[in-house]
Design a protein around this ligand. Sequence first.
Ligand SMILES: [Zn+2]
Length: 163
Amino acid sequence: MLLAKSEIMSIAKEVIDRYILFILKKLGIWEKPENLCVRLADANDDAFGVCLTYFKDQEKNELAAAVVVLYLSNITCIRIFNWFRLPRLCMFSKKLLERKILHVLAHELRHYWQYYTGEHKKYHRMTKGIYQKVLLLEVDAENWAEEFLSAYVLKPRIAWLSQ
Ligand SMILES: [Zn+2]
C-alpha cells in the first residue's frame, strides 16, 4: 500500500519537529538559530533537498538567513519522464520514509552548519574551482549525514544476522 500524500506530508513534519534540534545539537548548535527555517516544497529537478543561504556581505562572512527545503516528491518518487513518476521503496513504509527524510534533513542541516560556522571558507581556500568546492561540501554533508544516522538513530543490528 502506497502512503498517501497527506500521510507523507505529516510524516515529514513530524520528523522535522522531532529531530531538528537534536541534529543541530549534534552539530554543536545548541538552540535553533533565528535565521534558519525549514520548508517542504515541490521541485523541478531531481534534488532531495537544498540549503539556500543569504549573506550580509560580499565576502560571505556573516550569514543573514538560511532556508532548508526538502523536496518530498523527489524523496518519494523517481522521475522517469516529465509525466511519469515511479514510487521509491520508502513510499511503501512509514519507517523507511522517516529514515530517508531524516537523512536528507541531516545532510541539509550539515550544509547550514558549513555556512553558519564559516567552515565553507576552508573549502574555498583548498580548491581553485567552484565545482570542486561544491563537490567537497557535498561529500562532507553526505558523510556527516551517514554518520549521524548510523551513530544516533539506527544502529544496524548486524549481530542478529549471525545468530
Ligand atoms: Zn548537499
